[in-house]
Design a protein around this ligand. Sequence first.
Ligand code: URA
Length: 435
Amino acid sequence: MRAVDVIIHKRDGRELTAEEIDFLVRGIASGEIPDYQIAAWAMAVLWRGMTIRETVRLATSMALSGEQLDLEKWAPGAVDKHSTGGVGDKTTLVVGPIVAACRIPVVKMSGRGLGISGGTIDKWESIPGFRTGLSREEILRQVKEIGLVACGQTAELAPADGRLYALRDVTGTVPSLPLIAASIMSKKLATGARSIVLDVKAGSGAFMETVADASTLARWMVRIGQGAGRRTIALVSGMFQPLGFAVGNALEVREAIETLRGAGPRDFREHCLTVAAAMLQIGGRVPDARMGRALAAEKLDSRDALAKFRALVRAQGGDERACDDLSLLPAAPCRGDLAAEKSGYLAEAHAGKIGLASVRLGAGRAKKGDTIDPAVGIVLKVKVGDKVKKGDPLCEIHAASPEALAQARNELRDAFRIAHEKVKPLPLFYKTIRR
Ligand code: URA
């Protein structure tokens, strides 16, 4: 078989065979196929698309291209969760402890933030001392002891996807639905969980800007998961405004701890309960989502989930005193508000623009490998639908210097829109996709 023939077949709109896809993935992983042929193939896929059969095969083949973790053996009954990423998405920090408190093991492998999309590993690491680079043995021991682990993805997980994604990033071939779906699912399949809940975001702060596109991506990912024999469901949720109030690593950890203590923003608590309920249902702990939600709320309100969070922080070397004393988390030296220029109702808090301002403050990375400042970010004071008075704070900016604060204030003016007439709050979720 020759790579050029596989490229020609896709260029001409043919469905690739399983053998052709496996050949390509092997060549990507081993380095035998050069960058220019992989890029040409990715561009052909971008234009011609792939069938669901091809996409399932691509995801499975990429999952098999490297290390296979048998999560089911390490932690029988474990449920995995994946969010397609967004602004202020700190869900894992609360949902992991809730689900683990319900005696469903959670080994959550997360990534670092890139662009406006925050990364859960960066959030965990903003807790002083918290270690995310765990060995297999440490993961195994910890899941046995406390049923909850938060760690980074290894480079050995789906290495073919690592190389393909790096090439897509520089050849304009990221926005291909089958390639995105196969890329995300290859890593989920490689970690080996039998049950997977996907939180697919739609909005200006997400990969997919519309609910229709996010729903299509969600359907494809569910079909890949189910096609590979995993119980998989997807929730399509909104990312038109940030989730909760806080955007920025330590600020989000603070908000997660407040939520675990029974306070925290209403929308964020509700989001966590819905995701946790889906995990409890798919993991077989409860028969339906309504009972899952009630159990999740009980674990939050009894502080059992907070106790699990504390055990996790302790097990991974973090300063658990931060659970009681939030002043032990990193804090920015300069703070200032952005005030509303008129009275009315908040009609928009543009997640994409707020995410970008937060990256410029230093909370995120413009490119891979950039260092981040865990302390900086933005805390919203209002959400879409809230009444605002002229002069009220729309958000509080946490910056490393007065200059960065002034620049963020300028950038953020454009992120908020106030209307005269009443505005309805935005929905948290749009749909659930089971098949
Ligand atoms: N995240 C991934 O892991 N892969 C993509 O292609 C897009 C988002």
